[in-house]
Design a protein around this ligand. Structure first.
Ligand SMILES: *[C@@H]1O[C@H](CO)[C@@H](O)[C@H](O)[C@H]1NC(C)=O
Ligand SMILES: *[C@@H]1O[C@H](CO)[C@@H](O)[C@H](O)[C@H]1NC(C)=O
Ligand SMILES: *[C@@H]1O[C@H](CO)[C@@H](O)[C@H](O)[C@H]1NC(C)=O
Ligand SMILES: *[C@@H]1O[C@H](CO)[C@@H](O)[C@H](O)[C@H]1NC(C)=O
Length: 482
């Protein structure tokens, strides 16, 4: 094991293999199943990159797709006021708990009524309660999307786990003359069309009248109407989808993240993923998530296959969940640590693994997490342990060191797809600018009753492009792309 090598010798070895040193506060290097972090000669940090916010709004020209903003991004209309805000670990765990509760909750599967639950099926907008508030958790990432003709732009979330429909706040907003938050004005769009009540595109079976409308109540009080319409969706100058179906939510609906709606990237046949322009050279969509509020990622609809631009993607098979045809599911078959596989009995990994956009950390069944944690601790005995941070119970204090090394965690997915996580994907640094401080393994135990084998959070995906080749039945990972 590498801990047997004296660290001075190791330091020299790493100096020899390291591509360059001394241009930032620390240098990272990965070799032989280990991540090395070295203190650099000069102790000055690079100025923080500020995203160019102008590229985020109209006239966006990113060849990679529509810019993705963190909810606290200084470029986000939702985050601008709070760009100084630091995310606390407690806050992250609270948000993860809300999201997991919904992912693992009893009512998540089972009842995607009304409508068939076969792939490309169900919409689960209930007629009681706010459909936006019943969505899992709060959205970490947003895009600016244009609806209608002429285009009306709104900041919306995007998600692969939705009620099976794109939801958008529409006028009329509030009864009684309350101020109107940003909302789509259907009457101002020349390309809008109602979905007729009896149409196969209308998932509400109980509607009456000419439009596909459901009245949603809370405590016997009308919250507002949800009405399915179609209109043009504009994401970039080259990505427009005509006759895109979405639910217009009137009056009292209020997304808790103050966005105007949510883009559906599920497997529903009307989702943006299903409506993506398709050709042999493209996939349904791909994304790079911003690794911090100050950076910008992208969401690319009808994205080019990475291998066509010379990028190597690691693919695993996409599965479907028989209870919920809208879900994308992969299969985790093992975990590697520092190279070798951990010994985990296969039944402990049986079940669905969900790649989630809006959970931060990665959650494993308790016995799987215990195997990872216990082995990780064996590798790390030479470093002083630090107190737990929330549910992250494997933390170290690297303060004052000149070098440290951490065994690489490999997610082993079905079909030989071994995804090595980078240092920042597998460890959580409460002070992201200083790696010579506290760091915790960014994994935790899922609730004991969880049906899913694992939920892979956004931190573990933060430097990879994740490619959803839905028609090819696979999901790919392009490491170090973001
Ligand atoms: C519905 O009514 C119950 C009991 O009066 C109350 O506790 C609850 O907060 C109400 N829910 C909403 C969304 O107003
Ligand atoms: C909701 O729909 C019902 C019946 O379709 C209609 O009478 C009512 O005016 C609508 N409410 C709003 C706020 O549009
Ligand atoms: C949403 O906006 C309200 C009013 O401006 C604000 O009090 C609240 O903190 C915002 N919520 C979030 C999640 O930003
Ligand atoms: C980490 O170690 C440094 C130096 O030994 C010490 O000053 C600091 O209090 C430690 N931090 C924690 C959270 O243990």
């Amino acid at each position: 094991m590498a801990s047997a090598v004296p660290s001075t010798l190791l330091f020299c070895l790493v100096l020899l293999v390291s591509p360059y040193l001394g241009c930032s506060y620390h240098t990272s290097y990965t070799h032989g199943g280990m991540h090395y972090v070295l203190r650099s000669n000069r102790d000055h940090r690079q100025p923080k990159q500020t995203p160019t916010c102008s590229s985020v709004h109209s006239g966006r020209s990113s060849s990679d797709g529509v810019p993705v903003l963190h909810r606290l991004s200084p470029c986000s209309p939702l985050g601008a006021a709070r760009s100084q805000e630091q995310t606390s670990v407690a806050d992250v765990f609270h948000r993860d708990a809300l999201r997991l509760c919904s992912l693992f909750g009893e009512d998540n599967h089972g009842d995607p009524a009304p409508g068939p639950s076969a792939p490309g099926g169900g919409v689960s907008i209930p007629n009681k309660g706010d459909p936006i508030e019943t969505l899992p958790g709060v959205f970490e990432y947003h895009v600016v999307a244009g609806f209608g003709t002429p285009v009306q732009e709104f900041t919306v979330g995007f998600d692969t786990l939705t009620p099976g429909a794109t939801l958008l706040k529409c006028t009329p907003c509030a009864a009684g003359g309350e101020p109107c938050d940003p909302a789509f004005e259907p009457s101002a769009s020349s390309s809008l069309a109602q979905v007729p009540c009896g149409s196969t595109d209308c998932p509400f079976h109980g509607c009456s009248g000419p439009s596909c409308t459901l009245s949603v109540t809370i405590n016997n009080t009308l919250l507002g109407n949800a009405t399915f319409v179609t209109d043009t969706l504009t994401l970039t100058s080259t990505t427009t989808v005509e006759n895109f179906r979405f639910a217009c939510l009137e009056a009292g609906f209020r997304p808790s993240d103050n966005s105007t709606g949510i883009l559906d990237l599920s497997r529903n046949s009307h989702s943006l993923a299903s409506r993506a322009p398709s050709s042999p050279g493209t996939v349904a969509f791909s994304y790079c998530l911003p690794s911090s509020p100050g950076t910008v990622g992208f969401l690319s609809i009808g994205a080019p296959k990475p291998e066509l631009s010379g990028r190597k993607a690691i693919y695993t098979q996409l599965r479907s969940n028989p209870d919920n045809g809208n879900l994308y599911v992969v299969e985790l078959v093992g975990l590697g640590l520092g190279g070798p596989d951990l010994s985990i009995p296969p039944p402990a990994l049986a079940g669905d693994t969900i790649l989630d956009l809006h959970t931060t950390f990665t959650y494993l069944r308790p016995e799987v997490y215990a195997a990872l944690r216990d082995n990780f601790r064996k590798w790390m005995t030479q470093y002083p342990a630090a107190p737990s941070l929330g549910r992250l119970d494997t933390c170290y204090n690297f303060t004052g060191l000149n070098i440290f090394m951490v065994p690489v965690v490999t997610l082993k997915l079905d079909g030989g797809a071994d995804v090595d996580l980078s240092m920042d994907e597998m460890m959580f640094f409460p002070d992201p600018d200083n790696h010579f401080s506290i760091a915790c393994l960014a994994f935790a135990a899922a609730p004991a009753n969880a049906r899913e084998a694992a939920v892979i959070g956004n931190r573990a995906q933060s430097s990879m492009e994740v490619v959803y080749d839905v028609s090819g039945g696979r999901v790919g990972f392009v490491p170090y792309r973001c």
